[in-house]
Design a protein around this ligand. Structure first.
Ligand code: ZN
Length: 93
């Protein structure tokens, strides 16, 4: 657990959370709860797609990082930091 001065988005071990779907593109919208990076999952299965309809109300963790396409940092954070999956930045360093 050493500290780095690199940009957070580069060193972050992203924890993607599905927070919505993009109907026109048929992709899942994900956001890293640690650094706020925004991404998409472009080829969801039918099961994943229907599961994600609930994501706006119940965001859930997306573990398959290899399928996330990073799109950049959104202007606003969609996902409220979840204490269950957040890191411990609130401690004095
Ligand atoms: Zn991240």
């Amino acid at each position: 657990m050493r500290k780095s001065k690199n940009k957070k988005t580069k060193t972050c071990r992203h924890e993607w959370v599905v927070f919505s779907t993009a109907l026109q593109d048929v992709c899942l919208l994900v956001e890293c709860v640690k650094c706020g990076l925004f991404g998409t999952v472009d080829d969801p299965t039918e099961e994943e797609w229907s599961e994600a309809f609930d994501a706006a109300e119940n965001p859930y963790l997306w573990t398959d990082q290899s399928r996330v396409t990073v799109r950049g940092v959104p202007a606003i954070r969609h996902v409220v930091k979840n204490p269950d999956i957040s890191d411990s930045e609130n401690t004095l360093g």
